[in-house]
Ligand binder design. Structure first.
Ligand code: FES
Ligand SMILES: [Fe+2]
Length: 312
């Protein structure tokens, strides 16, 4: 009888992921009379490799960004792997999904459909000239009686990948723009943990050119996004004071705009974090926002270098 876990199929003498070239063999052992079909999809992404990897590891953006993504519940997470249960559309059907970072810039994504069909994706983030591309190959395995379903599933995976990559493009492009402006991220060396634990991961560039804005240039009681000193803020003048929100999300750098303000908080479109307004009053306390120090002096708001922590 074949061993439950055959060391010959895995890396490190059995203590790790299955070897890439051994997946078919494992599936054939598992499903007598298996039919295995293969598909492939490649997407050119204007992105840095590390952002492509981070974007794939970041699971918290999926319900907000992807129309194709339903409810999910994460069961397990560590630096190299994640296991979730995902609902199939609006149906009361649950699909287990395993994500594993099995090699540099490469993932396994394994799901089981209705207990009958195993799908193993090998997802690679690869350089492509100055840009990157995502190469996704999949193996669909089932008993041969169900092989008639494979072509439709393959077509569905192509469509899903196409739609989701297009929805992710603005996120990856935003990171390029921020990096060009001197931003860094604590997820520059991404793993499943730092990409999914909600923290302030944006490292703002130091303020090298202080700036200011006259109060008279702000509309009354209407939030506006203002770019000053290499960063952005949302400001709302209300009578004697000014409410301030970050215009760059401290979590992972999404753009926060006046349209994202509801009441006294701004909600980020990438992962849904909400930030309460900070308030500046003439002659009052300075505040730290977006790695800068803001002060209300006379009729102006001054933006100056922050105190030492770059993560405010
Ligand atoms: S970038 Fe994640 S909540 Fe804003
Ligand atoms: Fe995505």
């Amino acid at each position: 009888m074949a061993a439950f876990f055959d060391p010959a199929l895995a890396e490190n003498g059995g203590a790790g992921f299955i070897r890439e070239g051994k997946i078919d063999e494992a599936l054939r052992r598992l499903i007598p009379g298996a039919h295995i079909s293969k598909g492939h999809y490649s997407y050119p992404a204007r992105s840095e490799l590390r952002d492509l990897v981070w974007n794939h590891m970041d699971q918290n953006h999926r319900p907000l960004i992807h129309r194709t993504y339903g409810e999910a519940s994460r069961i397990f997470l560590d630096r190299r792997a994640s296991f979730s249960l995902t609902r199939f559309g609006g149906w009361p059907i649950v699909i287990p999904v395993f994500d594993g970072y099995f090699k540099e810039n490469g993932f396994y994504q394994v799901s089981i459909l209705f207990g009958l069909i195993a799908v193993i994706n090998v997802i690679e983030c690869n350089p492509d000239g100055n840009d990157t591309k995502m190469d996704i190959g999949w193996a669909i395995a089932s008993h041969r009686w169900l092989r008639f379903l494979h072509p439709a599933l393959s077509r569905r995976f192509v469509r899903l990948n196409e739609v989701q990559n297009r929805e992710d493009d603005p996120i990856r492009n935003r990171r390029i723009a921020l990096r060009a402006a001197g931003y860094r991220f604590k997820t520059d060396d991404p793993d499943f943990m730092n990409s999914n634990v909600i923290e302030n991961n944006t490292v703002f560039p130091p303020v090298t050119a202080p700036g200011e804005i006259a109060l008279g240039d702000l509309p009354d009681r209407s939030a506006v996004q203002v770019a000053i000193a290499g960063r952005a803020f949302i400001l709302r003048r209300d009578g004697g004071g000014v409410e301030v929100w970050p215009g760059v999300c401290p979590h992972e750098g999404a753009e926060l705009a006046a349209a994202h303000v509801t009441g006294t908080s701004v909600k980020c479109p990438w992962h849904g974090l909400q930030f309460a307004a900070r308030r500046l009053t003439s002659g009052g306390q300075a505040i730290e926002v977006c790695g800068a120090r803001l002060e209300f002096a006379a009729d102006r708001i001054l933006v100056r270098p922050s105190a030492p922590s770059p993560l405010a």
